[in-house]
Design a protein around this ligand. Structure first.
Ligand code: OAD
Length: 254
């Protein structure tokens, strides 16, 4: 770990963390850049995550999200999720912002996080907005996926849709406002497991840097934020984060 980074972290009082699909990769949840399998093989993930795709073929898109939801329900939080929760329990001013629609951060013990892209476990009626109560069971879906007709709303009979933000839709306003403030007001900003290609979430990294924060990226690969961040810790989040936390803790108590 670079001494200059540790020194910057030693004096950092406010920390903001932006996570992406790479944080859940070690839990077995596929990222959006992974090659898709089975029924989904011929589709790009970004093609399925649009209002137009849902309008055209609701059973295809609902089936894809149910397949992802089943993968999340079977998955367990990994060392990256747990390290982030541990950091927040040790430092008072940590804001966690995620682009992930899974609930693995919550299951690792994080609370109050900002879900910029919605939540897989919170579908709602497309017509009246009423939340739709999912049964807690893991949906039984063949490995290669299948088309599933979306359920209907018990109140108005409208079609239920996944509780996620699709391409072309606005982010939840309150979450976005809080995320911008957290980026502008932090001393250290981490972008973990994100390709940093999807806007406006990725713009938070540059925003934090311009506001004076030290910016750190944790990712095994090159990303669109390579030229933006001060430090790139290259490797898997589940390996780098526990080591970083250990070094950070050592320097705080030394
Ligand atoms: P992506 O799927 O675009 O990128 C995942 C990133 O995680 C890549 O940069 C990988 O190199 C990295 N990665 C893979 N394994 C990792 C590991 N073990 N540790 C750390 N990093 C790892 O995911 P996001 O950037 O989150 O939006 O994608 C942003 C948004 O685009 C998603 O929220 C979704 C998507 O299409 C919507 O659906 C609106």
């Amino acid at each position: 770990m670079e001494p200059s980074l540790l020194e910057a972290l030693r004096v950092a009082a406010r920390v903001t963390i932006l996570t992406g699909a790479g944080v859940s990769a070690e839990s077995g949840v596929p990222t959006f850049r992974d090659r898709q399998i089975g029924l989904w093989e011929r589709f790009d993930a970004a093609e399925l995550a649009t209002p137009q795709a849902y309008a055209r073929d609701p059973a295809l898109v609902w089936g894809w999200y149910e397949w992802r939801r089943a993968a999340v329900l079977r998955a367990q939080p990994n060392l990256a999720h747990r390290s982030i929760a541990a950091l927040a329990s040790k430092m008072p001013a940590v804001t966690l912002i995620t682009q992930n629609v899974d609930d693995l951060h919550e299951r690792a013990g994080s609370s109050g996080l900002l879900h910029l892209h919605g939540r897989l476990m919170r579908p709602y009626c497309q017509q009246c907005g009423q939340p739709y109560a999912l049964c807690g069971d893991v949906p039984e879906i063949p490995e290669g996926g299948q088309r599933i007709d979306p359920p209907r709303c018990a109140t108005c009979g409208g079609r239920v849709r996944p509780g996620v933000v699709w391409f072309g839709e606005p982010l939840p306003a309150e979450e976005w406002r809080s995320a911008v403030l957290a980026a502008q007001r932090c001393d250290a900003f981490f972008a973990i497991g994100t390709s940093a290609v999807v806007q406006p979430a990725a713009s938070l990294i540059g925003l934090a840097r311009r506001a004076g924060a030290v910016t750190v990226q944790i990712n095994p690969d090159a990303t669109a934020a390579d030229g933006v961040v001060d430090y790139h810790l290259q490797g898997k989040a589940g390996v780098i984060l526990p080591a970083l936390l250990h070094a950070w803790h050592e320097i705080l108590i030394s």
